[in-house]
Design a protein around this ligand. Structure first.
Ligand code: GRF
Length: 197
């Protein structure tokens, strides 16, 4: 789909600490790629760490409820108010409603902290994923950046990268290694979705 000829506006949806959100905002709003701008951060948790990071980086934040997220009359005007072209999920723990997925078909992406289809699916998020990697005895793990479809973690894969799992690693060790990989790659893969790339 051809996007308008203006700075591409990104909304980041995040429920947690927001380290990926910060990496993406830093990359576009103040960093090497000025073709896009993170114009809005959306969260469902009033205590999420991402809120402080967004404020510090001068990005507006909307905290919404489950019923607001599910309501097209709330969500679509919100997206329009900030002229959102691309939706980026970065640790967002609520299900994206189908009307939003359809509106942003091909322009809504997620990151998962494992090599999907390994360790994906319902309930697999955060530290639990890295615990499962260790419990399974995997010697390699990584990240998956994928399109969002109506079935969780099953949209088309855009990118994967790997890191080793060392003997004796704790879930926190694996998580730290995966996070570094995420922060480096997520902004660069989002950049490939921009109109003139
Ligand atoms: C990341 O590991 C991401 O892959 C997953 O949730 C985590 C969010 O971390 N979907 P942060 O809030 O960006 O630090």
């Amino acid at each position: 789909m051809k996007l308008h000829n203006h700075t591409t506006k990104i909304a980041i949806f995040a429920s947690g600490s927001g380290s990926n959100a910060e990496a993406i905002i830093s990359y576009f709003n103040a960093g090497p790629d000025s073709r896009a701008e993170v114009a809005l951060v959306v969260t469902n948790r009033p205590d999420a760490g991402v809120i402080g990071r967004a404020h510090r980086l001068d990005v507006p934040v909307t905290v919404l409820t489950r019923s607001e997220l599910a309501d097209p009359d709330f969500m679509l005007p919100l997206m329009d108010r900030y002229s959102i072209d691309i939706v980026v999920l970065a640790g967002f723990l609520m299900m994206i409603p189908p009307f939003l997925i359809h509106r942003y078909e091909g322009r809504i992406v997620n990151i998962h902290p494992s090599l999907l289809p390994r360790h994906g699916g319902k309930g697999m998020y955060g530290r639990r994923v890295h615990e499962a990697v260790i419990a399974a005895g995997d010697t390699v793990t990584g990240i998956t950046i994928h399109q969002v479809s109506e079935r969780y973690d099953e949209g088309a894969i855009l990118f994967q990268a790997t890191v080793p799992v060392h003997p004796g690693d704790t879930p926190a060790d694996v998580e730290a290694r995966v996070h570094t990989l995420e922060h480096h790659n997520y902004p660069r893969i989002i950049a490939t979705l921009l109109p003139d790339s």
